[in-house]
Design a binder for this molecule. Structure first.
Ligand code: SAM
Ligand code: SF4
Length: 335
């Protein structure tokens, strides 16, 4: 392997999140406007370019690869990409290949994902109420996602449920969701809503429900024990003693994870974002497209970008205005 990727703050970059599409079959209110305009196809990295990009990162020491979007499973032929990435699992270069999905296509693809070496999958699910599900996702239907979850578990994939904490929306389902996940032996992560993109009429600040409060409410029903697990990202974990579940809390707005941050993100257009909360980015697509035969140029562009990884980010909710708001959509950068 070539010299590993170490940023100026001595953090080794071992985790890569890649958005493979900006498109999605849902229109979650906190993520997209209903009338989204998507990028022209030629702007997106091809599957071959995605392969080259990810393989180069693996060659530089990335051990965990998370595929996201948009909805990764609506990208045409995405299984070709997963199957191709599995060679890095076979060689031992990659420890984990995983994805974050809304679950809508899992009934079709869970078996293929398992065959490609995927062992775990994060599935986003904010509510177990069919009407509320249709309201928050606009275009999604709950039974389809529940079938997807069943298929994932039947294929042997370990499922973790991601829920966005939304004030006045799923507060009243905290216990129901927890119990439902416990019955199915699924861990859960609660995510604080982030100020991303222009969400139309949706009032983001009104929706904010702090994960600290989620935790406090859980503690009214369960014995909550901190666990020291750190993944290099913004999640903190507890165990619910009664159910044995691991519950994660993601506070993307806090700074308390920046010092151990081990990750970078690639958008579906091949831009690298060195920090989720900042606009610092670099174009890797040019290096890919201008040097189709030569990975050295890409490697050099990656190293130059990592050298610019900032120490931390700068969201600030404190004055009820969304200061430090990041204008791009999560579906573009990849959540
Ligand atoms: N479509 C897939 C899904 O929904 O799981 C993958 C992409 S989605 C952008 C990744 C994660 O980001 C989801 O768990 C989603 O709930 C979360 N997300 C989207 N917009 C968000 C926001 N504004 N604040 C916090 N989380 C958000
Ligand atoms: Fe699609 Fe995921 Fe965004 Fe919902 S959160 S609109 S499923 S990309």
């Amino acid at each position: 392997m070539n010299a590993p990727l170490i940023d100026p703050f001595a953090r080794a970059i071992t985790y890569l999140r890649v958005s493979v599409t900006d498109r999605c079959d849902f229109r979650c209110t906190y993520c997209m406007a209903e009338n989204m305009s998507f990028l022209p196809k030629k702007e997106l990295l091809t599957l071959e370019e995605l392969d080259r990009m990810c393989s180069t990162f693996v060659g530089l020491g990335v051990r965990k690869l998370r595929i996201t979007g948009g909805e990764p499973l609506v990208r045409r032929d995405i299984m070709t990409f997963f199957r191709s990435m599995s060679r890095h699992l076979d060689s031992g270069a990659l420890e984990e290949l995983t994805l974050t999905t809304n679950g809508s296509q899992l009934a079709r693809f869970a078996g293929d994902l398992a065959d490609a070496g995927v062992r775990r999958v994060n599935i986003s699910l904010d509510t177990l109420d069919e009407d509320k599900f249709a309201r928050v996702t606009r275009w999604g239907r709950l039974p389809q996602v529940l079938k997807g979850i069943d298929a994932a578990q039947a294929a042997g994939l370990r499922v973790k449920i991601n829920a966005v904490a939304l004030k006045g929306f799923n507060e009243d389902e905290l216990q129901r969701l927890t119990e439902w996940c416990a019955e199915r032996d699924m861990d859960m992560t609660w995510i604080e809503v982030m100020p991303m993109g222009d969400m139309g009429e949706t009032d983001r600040i009104g929706q904010f429900w702090s994960v600290e409060d989620v935790r406090a409410q859980l503690a009214q029903h369960y014995t909550v024990t901190d666990i020291p697990e750190r993944t290099g990202g913004p999640a903190r974990y507890v165990k619910l003693e009664e159910t044995g579940q691991k519950i994660g809390f993601i506070t993307p707005l806090s700074h308390n994870f920046c010092e151990s941050c081990n990750r970078v993100r690639i958008t579906c257009t091949g831009e690298i974002y060195m920090c989720l909360g900042q606009e610092d980015r670099a174009d890797l697509r040019a290096a890919l497209r201008n040097h189709p035969e030569d990975d050295a140029a890409l490697e050099q562009a990656i190293r130059a970008a990592i050298a610019l990884k900032p120490k931390g980010h700068d969201f600030d909710y404190s004055r009820q205005t969304v200061a430090g708001q990041v204008s791009r959509h999560m579906s573009h950068t990849g959540g």
